[in-house]
Design a protein around this ligand. Sequence first.
Ligand code: AP5
Ligand code: MG
Ligand code: ZN
Length: 217
Amino acid sequence: MRVILMGPPGAGKGTQADLLINKLGILHISTGDMFRKALKEKTSLGLEAKKYMDAGELVPDNVTVGIVKERLAEPDCKKGFLLDGFPRTIPQADALENTIKELGAGLDKVINIAVDRDVLVQRLTGRRVCKECGATYHVMFNPPKAKDVCDDCGGGLYQRSDDTVETVNNRLLVYEEQTAPLIDYYRKKDLLLEVNGDQEVEQVTNDILRALGRVKA
Ligand code: AP5
Ligand code: MG
Ligand code: ZN
C-alpha cells in the first residue's frame, strides 16, 4: 500500500504515522525527519535544509524531490510506504507521480487530516520530542509520565527549533499558500480521503483505517 498523509503543521501526521505503519505493515517516510537527521549528522544537506526550516520556509523542490526519489528506489520500499510531509507543492506532487510510475506502481490513497488553526498553534507550541527515539509528546494533550523524560526509552525531550510562535505562524502561512492547493489536486484525481484531526488520537487512527477500508464501519 502506498499512501500520502497530508495535513497542516501540527495536524498529527507524525503521531498517526507511528501508529499506522504497524497496523499497515508499511514504511514511514517523513521528509522533515530526514532533514532533521541530516542536520544532526551535520551533512551538507542538513545544513542547507536548516536555513529554510528555521525560517518556516520550504526547502527547495529540487533538493526535496531528490532525496525522496533516492529513498523510494531502495528495496525496502517495495512493501509499501506512508509519506508524511511530502509532497508539499504541486511540482513535488507531479515529481512523485512520475517516480512512482517509474517504479511500476501507483498511489493508493491520500489522507488529509484537517484541524483548525487555533488548535494547530496550541499543539505545535506545546510539542516535545524525544532526542533518542523521536517519540512525540505534548505538555498538555499527551504529557510524559515524568517531566521531559520519554516514556518509551528514558531519553530527554526537547522542543523543535521551528516550534516557536513566530516560526509556527510562518509555517501555517506557507502551508496555506503552497500546500493546501494539493487537497484539490488529489480530490480531482479521486484519491482524497478526508479525516477530522480534532479528536482523540485513537479516534483519528480509527477514522483513517476505516477510510482506507482496513476496519469495518
Ligand atoms: P515537518 O517535520 O514535516 O513538519 P510539519 O509539516 O510542519 O508538521 P509537524 O511535524 O510539525 O506536525 P505533525 O502533523 O507531524 O504533528 P505531530 O504528530 O507532531 O517539516 C518541517 C520542515 O522541514 C518544514 O517547515 C520545511 O522547512 C521542511 N520540509 C519538510 N518536508 C518538506 C517538503 N516536502 N518540502 C519542502 N520542505 C520540507 O503532532 C503535533 C503535536 O500535537 C504533538 O505535540 C502531538 O503530541 C499533538 N497531537 C497530535 N495529535 C493530537 C490529537 N489528536 N489530539 C491532541 N494532540 C495531538
Ligand atoms: Mg511531523
Ligand atoms: Zn524516546
